[in-house]
Every structure is written in C-alpha cells, then in structure tokens.
Ligand binder design. Structure first.
Ligand code: NDP
Length: 525
C-alpha cells in the first residue's frame, strides 16, 4: 500500500484537449488515418481467454453503418462454455493481479493514455467507420478514453493512500480499500472506446480482473483498446476479451457464481435483466453480486420565455442531433414556454434545415448514419408514431445514401404523456412540448421514468435556482447544452431508471469497484 512518502508524483488531472480540425495539419493527419484504417478492413480479431488467443469456427462481423457492405472486422463467436472459462480464468488471475501494487496498476493506465495519445487519429478513424461518428464526435470519444485512464489512475493513487479514521486510544487502526474479484464488463456501442475503456480500466486499476464483452456493433474499437491495454502492461490474464452475442453469453457471465460484480452500460431492458439475474444467488456463490448499471435517458431541455432563444436553439439542436441523437445524454424533448413557442420552433427548424447528413468520414457532414439497420428501423417506426402524436415540422424519414441515414426530425405539439415523449428512441428525433409556465415545464421535465441529463435556458436567476432544487436528473446544465460531460468536471450518471446512481469520471466512481477493510490492533491498555 502506498504511503504519503512513496506515492509517485503525478501532475493534476486536466482534460485531454480536442483536436482542432480547422488546422490543415490535423485534417491531413485524420485523412491519412482514415486511409490507414480502411486498409485494415476485414482483419480478423481473436478473443483472449486465460491469456490465450482463442478463435472459433463460427465468425461474426462488424460493418460500416455509412457503407454497410464494408466489413470493418471479423470476430469470434463465443459459446456459453467459453464464457464460463473466461470467468473461471479471471477468478484465478485475481489472486495475482490483486497483489500488484496500486502504483503499478495506475502506471498501466497512464501508459495506456500515452499510447492512445500517439494513436489518436487512428482511433478516431476507426470510431468514425465502425460507430458512424463524425470527426469531432469520434475525437471526443478518444479524448474521453484518455481522460478516464488519467483520471482513474490518479483516483486509485488517492484511494491507495492513507484513509482517515478516528484514532482510538490503545489501538492502531486503519482502513484500506481492497478489490472485489471478477468483474464482467458489458459496454454499449455508442461510446465504443470511452465507455468500454472507462468501465474496464476502473475495474483493473482497483485490482479486479475483467471479462470484457464488447457491444456487437463495435467490437473492433474494443479490440483496439484491448491491444492498447496489453501494450500498456495489463496482463492478458487479468483482462479477457470475449466476443459473442449479448443474448448468448450475457446471462452466463452475469449468473456465474464466481462473477463478483457486473459493470454495464446500455438499455433499460438489458440493465434490469442483469439486475434481476445478479440478484439471485446460485449454488457456489459466496457474495451478493454488485451491479453498476448505467441505463437509458429521455432528456429534456427547458426553454423559458426569459431565455436567450438563439443560444437555446443552438443548444437544443446540438444536443438532439449530435451523433444522430444516439447519446444517452441527447436532448429528445424540448419543453418550451408557450410565450415563445412558435418563434422557438421556427429557430430550431431553421437550424435543422442546415444540417448535412451523410457518411461520417466526410467532414462536411454534421450527422452520420445511425448505428445499424435494426436501429434505423426502430427510429423510423417511432417517427411514424410521432407523426400521429404530434405535428411533423422537419425531417420525418430516411436521408439519401446507402448507409443508415435518418433525417434530423422535429415533431412539435407533442403531449407530455405521448409515447415519443416517454420512451427512449435513441435517434435524431426531437419532441417539442408546450409548457404553460416555468413550473409546468419542470413538472413535464420530471414526468418520465428516467433521470439522466437535463438543461434549462433562462436569464432569470430565481428560475434557475428552482430548477436546481426540483429538476431531478443526475446531470443538470444551466444555459448550456445537455450533452458533452467532461471527465472530472461533470461526473456523469443518472437517477431512477437511468441507472444505479453511479457517477463515471467522478471521485466516488472507483469506490463502486472496491470494498473497505478496517483493521484495529490492540497495542496498549
Ligand atoms: P443494449 O442494452 O442493447 O446493449 C448493451 C450491451 O449489453 C451490449 O454489449 C449487448 O451485447 C449487451 N447485452 C445484450 N443482451 C444482454 C444480456 N441478456 N445480458 C448481458 N448483456 C447483454 O444497449 P445499446 O448497446 O443499444 O446501447 C444504447 C443504450 O445505452 C441506450 O439505452 C443508452 O441510453 C444507454 N447508455 C447509457 C449511458 C449512461 O451513462 N446512462 C451511456 C451510454 C449509453 P450485444 O451488442 O452483443 O447485444
């Protein structure tokens, strides 16, 4: 355990700066990275179980949502038996990894951050192709990945240091944080680098071993991250990489008696299933499994009549349509004061009209494709529901191209209880709801089962204060958009059905992967 004297010196955490793509040298670097990554399309990636490369005869592929005929990577299709082996091997590896000093574990994260910085453009290009993110969105994903490594490395050093306990006369007493055991890490596709890396690195730096099962739509980004982690010094035995369908291997991983906890980010439906399965003890299980679940959102921006309407319109449009509305923090409901409603609707429609939709590798497009054909179908079905539930004022269907392109869609005059006002769509669909006054706007904002992000635009300090008290979301923003949380500055995670109230990128987060042990020794009477 580190003492104050042995603790290595690391500079204070600062966020990784975003790439300025207006600079010709950065545009050139990104174009070259896109070419390089494209030259590796179709490469096959093994799984890693018990430190060994594992392949299967059955394969899975991941494709480019901008050009679905392009195969990005070929993957193995894990069986249920392989999932069992992965948990058992991770359980064995826990015995040695938990003994590695916290400083060494943290150093792996700092090295991973360094490697990612060197390969930033390559990572950006891969995210752009596999997840359909535009250049700046892909870059934000990579920057957040670096931030998680840097932040959690520092956090572990803090938690490995002496912890305050009240001294007891005649005793030597102290508290130390120890790891839990095997963590099953299940990320979504929408932050294919940052969320996969965040949950994995938080697990590893705290001394747990991990079975990482990436999302089916973005395994290549996860495979690249795993390569970086190994290169940075994480032993292969401590981090297994298991590709397989969530429905085939998910339950097996969650239910295995040696699984100590599950760190999951994804939909409410899958999160609740994990919560239920993890809550049921199985033969051979020695503990109550912990679950860290980050789930869906139905995020609102309130636009008050005393707001700067142009700034609010910019914020709503960016939050609703950035990354095609596929962020858990995306604004899917604009709740607008009736006094400025018509003017505001016009402003957002004018802005949406200017949005270019097309392949994400083309930097002229503000919106790329949605992630998959299945996602596109769900979104288009919701748009049809929306057309019946409200007044379509912009978009309303597919955008041209062979990729999964959907127009930015705005549906006005939506009832607060309508389906498109309540259910997570996870696409570029914005419902606009009219509010009678500010109190009514807050009531509407709190009327879903979710509680992830929200924003309020108003120049009236009393209204902003009221929102701070009553708007029940994990991340509330005032006079700014509701997406773009920064590690360290905006610890991130929601209430209610949005998850287990954890906060990624915050000072409480690593405690979810640790347990505290208190030792008291009698030394005198
Ligand atoms: P899903 O819930 O569909 O999938 C998430 C992960 O769970 C994937 O790796 C998936 O694997 C896996 N999975 C599927 N079935 C099971 C199962 N039975 N047991 C265990 N794992 C399973 O979510 P999406 O990937 O579509 O991600 C989008 C969702 O994530 C949205 O609801 C969004 O709001 C939420 N999200 C929440 C965040 C937050 O911080 N609160 C942040 C980002 C996203 P496979 O892909 O192979 O099916």
């Amino acid at each position: 355990m580190a003492t104050a004297e042995t603790k290595p010196h690391v500079a204070e955490f600062t966020n990784e700066p975003f790439v300025d793509f207006s600079k010709p040298e950065n545009r050139k670097a990104m174009e070259e990275a896109l070419k390089k990554v494209a030259s590796e399309f179709g490469r096959e990636y093994p799984m890693y179980i018990a430190g060994q490369k594992v392949t299967t005869s059955e394969k899975r592929t991941s494709t480019n949502p901008s050009h679905p005929s392009q195969v990005i990577g070929v993957f193995q299709s894990a069986t249920a038996e392989m999932a069992v082996q992965a948990v058992e091997a991770a359980n064995k590896a826990f015995e040695s990894w938990k003994r590695v000093p916290a400083e060494e574990r943290a150093a792996c994260l700092f090295r991973a951050a360094k490697i990612l910085r060197q390969r930033k453009f390559e990572m950006n290009a891969l995210i752009c192709y596999e997840a359909g993110k535009t250049w700046p969105e892909a870059d934000a994903d990579t920057a957040e990945t670096i931030d998680f490594c840097e932040f959690y490395g520092r956090e572990m050093l803090r938690l490995a240091g002496p912890q305050k306990v009240t001294p007891m006369k005649g005793e030597k007493n102290y508290l130390v944080y120890i790891p839990l055991g095997v963590g099953v890490v299940i990320p979504p596709w929408n932050f294919p680098a940052a969320i996969a890396a965040g949950m994995t690195m938080a697990s590893l730096v705290t001394g747990n071993t991990v079975v990482l099962k990436p999302a089916g739509d973005t395994p290549t980004v996860a495979a690249k991250f795993v390569e970086v982690a190994y290169e940075a010094g994480i032993p292969k035995e401590a981090l297994s990489f298991l590709t397989g369908s969530g429905s085939t291997v998910g339950d097996v991983l969650v239910q295995h008696p040696k699984t100590r906890y599950v760190a999951f980010t994804g939909s409410k439906e899958v999160g609740l299933r994990i919560s239920e399965l993890a809550g049921k003890a199985v033969p051979g299980q020695m503990w109550i499994k912990r679950t860290v679940l980050e789930m869906g959102g139905k995020d609102s921006i309130i636009v008050d009549e005393e707001a700067d309407l142009d700034s609010a319109a910019d914020g709503v449009v960016q939050s609703a349509f950035g990354y095609q509305g596929q962020k858990c923090s995306a604004c899917s409901r604009a709740i607008v004061s009736e006094k400025v409603y018509d003017t505001f609707v016009q402003k957002i429609v004018d802005r949406a009209k200017k949005i270019a939709v097309g392949p994400s590798e083309d930097p002229n497009n503000y919106m790329g494709p949605v992630v998959s054909k299945a996602a596109m179908k769900t979104i288009l079905d919701y748009i049809e529901v929306g057309k019946r539930e409200g007044r379509l004022v912009h978009g309303g269907g597919r955008a041209p191209g062979d990729g999964y392109f959907v127009q930015p869609t705005i549906i006005a005059d939506v009832d607060p209880r309508a389906r498109i006002s309540q259910e997570e769509i996870f696409g570029p669909v914005l419902a606009v709801i009219k509010a009678r006054n500010f109190d009514n706007a807050l009531e509407i904002a709190n009327n879903t089962e979710f509680g992830l992000t929200g924003a309020v635009y108003s120049r009236n300090p009393a209204k902003l204060e009221k929102a701070q008290e009553t708007f029940h979301v994990g991340n509330l923003y005032l006079n700014r958009k509701c997406t773009g949380a920064m590690v360290g500055a905006h610890p991130f995670g929601g209430f209610n059905m949005s998850g287990t109230d954890s906060k990624t990128g915050g000072r409480d987060y690593l405690l979810l992967f640790l347990q505290a042990k208190t030792v008291a020794e009698k030394v005198s009477n």
